[in-house]
Design a protein around this ligand. Structure first.
Ligand code: ADP
Ligand code: MG
Length: 250
């Protein structure tokens, strides 16, 4: 298993946003996390990527215990992510956004950046190459110097993908990649996810657009009120009574 989650719990005050969840993410597959609003899906991603520390439980990635590891270290180990709300710098170009995001995600110390050491300059060059490769992957190279304010929602999602890809992750977590995108424009994003897998990445997405989830996912994990209530293939999940109940507001 690429990622193993063992009895993970995250409490915010009295509320358990994630409650005793155990699950695995298999290498080279597309895993979807679904569930009603407030089910704990984004919190689950925040725990894996080191943005939140678990209250109890373990997360193991590629043999490393990353349960309490900081976000920049988790990113450098090979976990990339996008956020539910895409935070891009509107006035900056697409390429600048990918560069800035990459630096913010992987940089811990400021010393090199402030003194512009030789190492820092080499690092900048490497980052630029990574950013350009990532833009090429999401098919936005021709728009690299456009400002983000000028592009569509779907293209902004591609920029967010590029940001996550620039750190060259093994596992990529996508939080509602198709949200806010026209339904007739989501196919391209789905194709990009398949392309990631073809290039050796493992994809885990949170998504509400069910046709997309059902056609894309190899494995589905369903959360409700912080708990894992079902998991299985799209076919298994579609017919699962507990899942249907959860969506009807049970
Ligand atoms: P989902 O992504 O499935 O919609 P979230 O993981 O965002 O759900 O939220 C799960 C629950 O945890 C919600 O009740 C939410 O209000 C709460 N929550 C999420 N983040 C925080 C936080 N930083 N502080 C307090 N409560 C939070
Ligand atoms: Mg969410």
């Amino acid at each position: 298993m690429l990622l193993t989650i063992d009895r993970l719990t995250k409490k915010f005050g009295g509320l358990a946003a994630v409650q005793d969840v155990s699950a695995n993410i298999e290498q080279g597959k597309i895993t979807a996390i679904i569930g009603p609003n407030g089910a704990g899906k984004s919190t689950f991603f925040n725990l894996i990527s080191g943005f939140h520390q678990p209250t109890t439980g373990q997360i193991e990635f590629l043999g490393h215990d990353i349960s309490t590891m900081r976000a920049d270290r988790v990113a450098r180990l090979g976990v990339g992510r996008t956020f539910q709300t895409t935070h891009l710098f509107e006035q900056a170009t697409i390429l600048e956004n990918v560069l800035i995001g990459h630096r913010l995600r992987t940089k811990s110390g400021l010393f090199d950046a402030i003194f512009r050491t030789k190492r820092e300059k080499e690092e900048e060059k490497r980052c630029l190459e990574k950013a350009e490769d990532a833009l090429d992957f999401v098919e936005l190279s021709s728009l690299a110097y456009e400002s983000v304010a000028q592009i569509t929602q779907e293209q902004q999602k591609r920029v967010a993908f590029a940001l996550a890809l620039a750190t060259d992750p093994t596992l990529i977590l996508l939080d509602e990649p198709a949200a806010g995108v026209n339904p007739d424009e989501t196919d391209g994003l789905a194709e990009l996810m398949k392309k990631m897998v073809k290039h050796g990445k493992t994809v885990c997405l949170i998504e509400h657009k069910m046709p997309m989830v059902m056609s894309l996912a190899d494995h589905i994990i369903v959360l409700n009120h912080g708990e894992l209530i079902a998991e299985g293939t799209p076919k298994e999940i579609q017919g699962n009574e507990r899942v249907i109940e959860a969506y009807l507001g049970g």
